[in-house]
Design a protein around this ligand. Structure first.
Ligand code: SF4
Ligand code: SF4
Length: 82
């Protein structure tokens, strides 16, 4: 999963780009639900939120580091294919 760090300026451009609806407004800044973020595996070649974030505050979540295979499995689970 990816993580939004405290440099987030709440610009809201990332939220509609997420194919998994993993991004939402948190208590202070936007947050990513690690159960829903596949790092865009299954949908796009690159993380779409990172592409659009104007301040580059979306980074890898060290507490939710996942292999490409694990991300693919999460994608399949989310679309109900496994
Ligand atoms: Fe959503 Fe992709 Fe960003 Fe994860 S990397 S939060 S799946 S847009
Ligand atoms: Fe925050 Fe970046 Fe998303 Fe804007 S695009 S809300 S700055 S994480």
């Amino acid at each position: 999963s990816l993580l939004i760090n405290d440099q987030c300026i709440n610009c809201d451009v990332c939220e509609p780009e997420c194919p998994n609806n993993a991004i939402s407004m948190g208590t202070r800044i936007y947050v990513i639900d690690p159960d829903l973020c596949t790092e865009c595996v299954g949908h796009y070649d690159t993380p779409q939120c990172k592409e659009v974030c104007p301040v580059d505050c979306i980074v890898s979540d060290p507490d939710h580091a996942e292999s490409p295979e694990a991300l693919q499995q999460k994608f399949l689970r989310l679309i109900g294919q496994c």
